[in-house]
Design a protein around this ligand. Sequence first.
Ligand code: ADP
Ligand code: MG
Length: 323
Amino acid sequence: MTRSQPLTEFELIGRYFTRPTQHTVLGIGDDAALLTVRPGFELVAATDMMVEGTHFFSDVDAEALGHKILAVNLSDLAAMGAKPRWAMLAMAIPQADAAWLEKFARGFFALAQRYDVDLIGGDTTGGPLNLCVQIMGEVEAGRALRRDGAKIGDEVWVSGQLGEAALAVAHIKGEWRLPDALAASCRHRLEWPQPRVALGRGLIGTAHSVIDISDGLLADLGHICERSGVGAIIDFDALPCIPELRSMKERDQVAQALLAGGDDYELCFTVPPGNEQRLTALSEQLDITMTRVGSIMPGNRVEVRGPAGRPLEWKEAGFEHFR
Ligand code: ADP
Ligand code: MG
């Protein structure tokens, strides 16, 4: 795309961010948007920000960035069991670069379309690259999946596989050298997370508590424990991951990636015993693996056990060091 004059803010919004809406009373173009929540539903709202240097590398592809800023927000709604409906996008950008904006918008709207999300407003200013989405959705009144419902005796499950995004970060930072093909697949996991929206919906009525894994399993399961007033025990060998990661000889780094790596955007959830069939059916229906990784116990901390049920020796160091 060629242009002689820099875009004004309004041209930019009109050209890249204004699309027809599907279920919105009034979207982009006024001082605020107007929304109606359907009868019998509650409004669910979350926001997540991504800052260059902190959350992404400066060379990241704009289309991937457009995808990821919406994906991480959708992941929060997934963890509530909500159906996504609306998003707002506040962004600071260093310059109105048409090629960059076009790619960013492509990544953003491809995902928005997949989940039936209307972009209903936002804010655009100049400044160091900073992206913030507010996401809103609906959940059947009283049925949201929360962090505070875990019960002693619940099983702890996770979706998908853990640790690849953390591997990618370590590789990009030069802390860990991965073979090219593995580096590429891990980087894809880091940059194109798939929010588990359908899984969240499917867990309503089955899961006692749910959280999305954005800061690492230990930290995020720790939030469930704290909010629910319980402890948990994790079986390290049960943690789902790609075989390449499992077989690496740098044991501490493997543990770090699996337990404290972050950026996984899988769901961690607790269910009462006896739901195996329900979870298997859901797993097949959605084509997402689900793995039981531990149990909810009395107490207030998350313990990790290795082979033969022994507490892992490196655990304490791992905790402190990687926080
Ligand atoms: P105001 O000055 O009243 O805050 P703005 O001029 O900032 O409004 O924005 C004009 C319209 O464009 C508003 O509806 C706002 O929500 C929308 N908007 C601004 N930036 C974005 C963006 N990046 N994505 C989507 N909508 C945006
Ligand atoms: Mg404004």
